[in-house]
Design a protein around this ligand. Structure first.
Ligand SMILES: Nc1ncnc2c1ncn2[C@@H]1O[C@H](COP(=O)(O)OP(=O)(O)OP(=O)(O)O)[C@@H](O)[C@H]1O
Length: 677
């Protein structure tokens, strides 16, 4: 027989609430599973849709053993919320009577869990945080926010959560969102928001939680209009892909900018100088002119024959119609569709003047008349966006005609292919070309706009890429996340206001995050030594990590020493990243293989058995590992076309570690990092 359990033990009572919440969740799930859609709909399409919705609902109601149902509790003071007690968790759970057992973290009553403080208790009497070990509720911590006798102190559970070793993909932070992060997460859907923050300040985490929040607060609207998270590359998207599903949101699309503009197959690359011109916002005007250049004014009158009658529209009137359309703010394609109807209208006016009473059907028939079609074909021919860009990059005269006064001769030369491509299919399109084609496509036909777009690592986008993202949220809003100090493209953003203007959201709010959750203090202090040399004016990140971090510099090391450092790092719990200049990856891969160490590629999921990832510096952005071994910093700097970019790449590489960083080098360290005398 087990010993009697004292019922006044809060932990026991909380465990009991957890057990009954789980039972309630199970009941909710069983209720959905028992739904028989045959009773509801006989229509096949409806039943497929309904079935999917039910499947998603069942998935969303799953009880994941390692994801606690609730992580906090709020007891309101009696006058507010009737002094009720709320358990805060990832999703809403109710009992058989519909009374809440767990409240969704996104609900308004949950907000004080993140925002209330001793200074501003927000009517909260007690805030309780729960600690779990392997799915078991094992600890709790109370703050009596309205009790003047209680002193403010840092939360142990919060700190433990922040320090917890990382294995596997990125996880959610719902239990520990900080007040300044919460403000960003819950800010209004209507406005675009930009967040500047140093490495590890939680920008990505905040962006993803913001999507989850917006989907909760504006579910119907966003289900209709759609949401999208944009990241820098596939590895990064793989790393973050499980956060939103863990928060119960399965419908958010994820893409890179390249995915968005994939009108052609990208098989080529550009020299930096060329890519800079292609990414310059002035290209938008060149393309606009080039598209519009297809419009010509009619020089001949139009003659429409219907039965025994002939109707004539003089050239000057056709000219007026075309001119009026060119002056209107509509897409090339929409104007092209409108033109036959406009011409037909002119014919109809004549018919009416002659005493006829033509109706809509006659107007449509006239619009389809071969003579009208011929005028449209001549004056407003169809434009194929890829062919247009092909011509701009291959035909110096055509380019000069449309770039005159916008791009100088040198810039035009940079744009032109040395060997013009024959066709859209055979051209060696670069990533920047695809963005140009996307711009041209939008000039012809309006791009579909979504309800909300989160743009991560935004600092690396060119003005033309910002425009490409911007047209995907013209009718919606955006959350723009980035760090000016981590910009490593030749066109990297210098100012958020300029970037927001390119995005089509000028004057949007810019917030700053400065508390660092990833990088331990000693490591961030070392990395921040680079800041004055490559991003003067940006404040260093202040680490909130208690762990000062293991930090070591091993001089005189070859590939063998790097392997040793990896083996040492594998002695710790958590994930290990070996970061190196792209050019060094081959040598290091060989050394690891020779030593019998298996390794993963960035974005591949780390598991308890396979914890070492070999990361080219160019792919390190946005990722993190418990322990990082950084190979040859000087090679990371040298791998870039200029020193500033090199130092920024190094800054990114130095700031991926959660618990420890070991630098192994044979060449001298870059002078900014050299040991101080
Ligand atoms: N409030 C928080 N509580 C616990 N962990 C947090 C919190 N905020 C951020 N983190 C953790 O800190 C780490 C860094 O967060 P994130 O990757 O979002 O930072 P970032 O600003 O996007 O960094 P980078 O600029 O390097 O891309 C992640 O492991 C994240 O889960």
């Amino acid at each position: 027989m087990s010993a009697a359990v004292p019922t006044d033990d809060p932990l026991v009572r909380e465990r009991a609430h957890l057990a009954s919440s789980r039972a309630a969740l199970r009941a909710m799930r069983e209720e959905v599973e028992a739904l028989d859609i045959k009773d509801v709909t006989a229509n096949w399409v409806n039943s497929i849709v309904l079935e999917r919705q039910i499947e998603d609902r069942i998935k969303a109601l799953a009880d994941l053993s390692h994801t606690p149902l609730f992580f906090g509790r709020l007891d309101y003071l009696p006058p507010t919320q009737h002094g009720q007690r709320f358990y805060i968790g990832r999703r809403h759970v109710h009992d058989a009577h519909g009374d809440p057992m767990v409240i969704d973290w996104r609900a308004p009553v949950s907000q004080p869990y993140y925002q209330a403080s001793k200074k501003d208790p927000q009517d909260v009497g007690l805030r309780r945080r729960f600690g779990y070990t392997g799915g078991e509720l094992t600890a709790y911590e109370d703050e009596r926010l309205s009790d003047p006798a209680e002193l403010e102190r840092a939360s142990r559970l919060l700190q433990t959560e922040i320090e917890r070793p990382r294995v596997g993909p990125m996880r959610d932070i719902v239990a520990t969102i900080q007040p300044e992060q919460d403000e960003i997460v819950r800010s209004d859907l209507s406005g675009t928001l930009c967040v500047q923050g140093g490495p590890g300040t939680g920008k990505t985490a905040v962006g993803l939680h913001r999507v989850a929040y917006l989907l909760y607060a504006h579910r119907e609207r966003l289900a209709r209009t759609g949401t999208l998270v944009i990241g820098p590359n596939r590895s990064f998207l793989q790393y973050i892909e499980q956060v939103l599903p863990a928060l119960g949101e399965l419908e958010v699309k994820q893409a890179t900018v390249d995915d968005l503009v994939a009108h052609v197959e990208v098989r080529g690359t550009d020299e930096a100088a060329t890519a800079v011109v292609k990414g310059d916002a002035r290209m938008a005007e060149v393309l606009r002119r080039a598209v519009r250049s297809h419009v010509t004014l009619p020089s001949e009158p139009l003659m429409v024959v219907r039965g025994s009658r002939r109707w004539r529209v003089p050239a000057h009137e056709l000219e007026e119609i075309v001119t009026e359309l060119t002056e209107r703010d509509i897409r090339y394609g929409a104007a092209r569709e409108a033109l036959p109807q406009r011409i037909a209208h002119a014919v109809l006016v004549r018919m009416e003047q002659a005493g006829e009473a033509p109706d809509d059907r006659v107007q449509n028939a006239v619009a389809r008349n071969p003579a009208v079609k011929a005028v449209v074909k001549e004056c407003w021919p169809p434009v194929d966006p890829a062919k247009l860009v092909l011509r701009l990059l291959g035909d110096a005269e055509f380019l000069a005609e449309h770039a005159a006064g916008i791009l100088d001769e040198e810039e035009q030369k940079l744009l032109l292919w040395t060997k013009p491509a024959r066709s859209v299919k055979t051209a060696k399109w670069s990533a920047a070309d695809a963005v140009l084609i996307d711009e041209a496509t939008d000039l012809v036909e309006r791009t579909h706009s979504l309800g909300h777009v989160v743009l991560d690592e935004a600092q690396d986008l060119s003005p033309m890429q910002y425009r490409a993202v911007g047209r995907r949220c013209t009718t919606g809003s955006a959350t723009v996340l980035g760090d000016l100090a981590q910009g490593t493209t030749p066109w990297a953003t210098q100012s958020w206001q300029t970037a927001l203007a390119h995005l089509g959201k000028p004057g949007s709010r810019v917030e700053e995050l400065t508390a660092g959750f990833r990088v331990p203090s000693e490591v961030i202090a070392y990395a921040s030594r680079l800041l004055p040399h490559m991003a003067p004016g940006l404040a260093p990140v202040e680490s909130v990590r208690e762990n000062p971090g293991a930090f070591e510099i091993r001089a005189g090391g070859d590939a063998g020493a790097v392997v040793t450092a990896c083996v040492d790092a594998l002695g710790h719990e958590g994930s290990i990243g070996l970061i190196a200049a792209d050019a060094r990856i081959g040598v290091l891969a060989e050394a690891l293989e020779e030593a019998g160490l298996s390794y993963l590629a960035p974005g591949e999921e780390t598991t308890a058995e396979s914890r070492l990832t070999l990361v080219p510096a160019s792919l390190a952005k946005g990722l993190e590992y418990d322990y990082v071994v950084l190979d040859e910093p000087a090679a990371v700097v040298d791998g870039e076309p200029d020193e500033r970019t090199g130092l920024r790449r190094l800054y990114v590489s130095l700031t991926r570690a959660v618990s420890g960083l070991t630098i192994v080098h044979a060449a001298p360290l870059p002078e900014q990092l050299a040991p101080r005398a």
